[in-house]
Design a protein around this ligand. Structure first.
Ligand code: AMP
Ligand code: ZN
Length: 146
C-alpha cells in the first residue's frame, strides 16, 4: 500500500482528523475511534511502516527506545486520568492477528477488574517433549537469522 492510501499516514499528515494526545519527533499518539475503554490510545510511527516485520527493515534502530519511553508516558497518563488499575499494550501484525489498519501501531488500553474483555485461551503443549522441541526450533531459527 502506498502511504497516500494509508489511513494513519493521513492522520499523521493532518489530512484526516484525529484527536492527538501526544507526539514526539518520530511518533504520534491519538485516541482510538472505537475504544475498548475511554482513553484507548493508538501510538504510530510518523513514517509509514506496515507491521513489525517491515519495521525491522525500514525504521531507525533508535525508534525502539522512543517507543518504549512514549508508551510508558502514555500508560502513566492513562492510569492517572482514568483511574484504571491496569493497562494492556497490544500490537497486531497481519489480518490473522487482528490487524485492520496496515500501518504499525500500538494500542494502549486502560483495563479494569472484571471488565469483560476476553483474554486469549491458555492451552497446553501435548507433552514436555513438544515444548522442548518448540524452544529448540525457535533457538535454531534465531541463530540462523542473526
Ligand atoms: P488494528 O485492528 O490493530 O489494526 O487496530 C486498528 C484500530 O484503528 C482500531 O482499534 C480502530 O478502531 C482504529 N481506527 C480506525 N480508524 C480510525 C480513525 N480514523 N481514528 C482513530 N482510530 C481509528
Ligand atoms: Zn501509513
Amino acid at each position: 500500500m502506498s502511504t497516500t492510501d494509508c489511513l494513519f499516514c493521513k492522520i499523521v499528515e493532518g489530512t484526516l482528523p484525529s484527536l492527538k494526545v501526544y507526539e514526539t519527533e518520530h511518533l504520534y499518539a491519538f485516541l482510538d475511534i472505537k475504544p475498548a475503554h475511554r482513553g484507548h490510545t493508538l501510538l504510530v510511527p510518523k513514517t509509514h511502516c506496515r507491521d513489525i516485520f517491515d519495521a525491522a527493515h525500514g525504521q531507525d534502530a533508535r525508534l525502539g527506545e522512543e517507543v518504549l519511553r512514549t508508551m510508558q508516558r502514555l500508560a502513566a497518563a492513562l492510569k492517572e486520568v482514568t483511574g484504571c488499575p491496569g493497562i494492556n499494550i497490544i500490537q497486531n501484525n497481519g489480518s490473522a492477528a487482528g490487524q485492520t489498519v496496515f500501518h504499525l501501531h500500538w494500542h494502549i488500553i486502560p483495563r479494569f477488574e472484571n471488565d469483560g474483555i476476553p483474554a486469549w485461551p491458555q492451552k497446553k503443549y501435548e507433552s514436555q517433549a513438544a515444548m522442548n522441541d518448540m524452544a529448540e526450533t525457535l533457538r535454531n531459527a534465531l541463530s540462523c537469522t542473526n
